[in-house]
Design a protein. Structure first.
Length: 181
């Protein structure tokens, strides 16, 4: 449930500012220009926790994480929405969360939707909103990555069982043929 904002704060104006901030931030993310995105929208000491449980600190740490992801993800896009927002500290501190609707095109493979959830802490610094912390999480047991893994394992086990069956058939056929001669 959304917490009641402080009485003197114009929550509609803050909501509008933050909706625009969110849309601009994720648009910048979707273009892949991460250094510009970090410089414009993120606190220099940002702390980010990713779906795999790793945590990055500062702009350099976030860039290092994106570089790591680029090794197996060709493209990442997000169409984020906000469903909860807590406005604190006279409207200068906000905690928000929502759905990411994140889509990943995997290198040499299919694309997946993780349907992750996000949460963020934003601070107003010199009349400018900055992302101070960000966390993304997905269902660890029911998502498209797990489904892809299980499907690939099923095909691998089937292929191995088929090969074992063929080799066993060849061996049994040779044994039976030798016994007849």
């Amino acid at each position: 449930q959304d917490a009641a904002p402080e009485a003197s704060v114009d929550t509609k104006a803050i909501d509008a500012e933050l909706d625009e901030f969110r849309d601009d931030l994720f648009h910048a993310f979707n273009t892949g220009d991460y250094p510009a995105m970090l410089e414009k929208y993120c606190h220099k000491d940002i702390i980010a926790t990713w779906q795999d449980g790793t945590t990055s600190e500062g702009h350099a740490g976030v860039i290092a994480e994106f570089d790591k992801l680029k090794q197996f993800i060709d493209k990442m896009t997000v169409d984020a929405t906000t469903d909860k927002r807590l406005i604190l500290n006279d409207g200068n501190l906000v905690i928000s969360s929502g759905d990411m609707k994140d889509h990943y095109v995997l290198g040499r493979g299919p694309s997946v939707n993780l349907n992750s959830r996000w949460s963020a802490t934003l601070v107003k610094d010199n009349d400018r909103w900055l992302l101070a912390s960000f966390s993304a999480s997905t269902n660890a047991f029911d998502n498209e990555v797990v489904s892809l893994y299980l499907t690939s394992q099923k095909y691998m086990v089937s292929a191995i069982a088929g090969l074992v069956g063929v080799f066993a058939g060849v061996i049994v056929t040779r044994i039976v043929t030798r016994q007849k001669t």
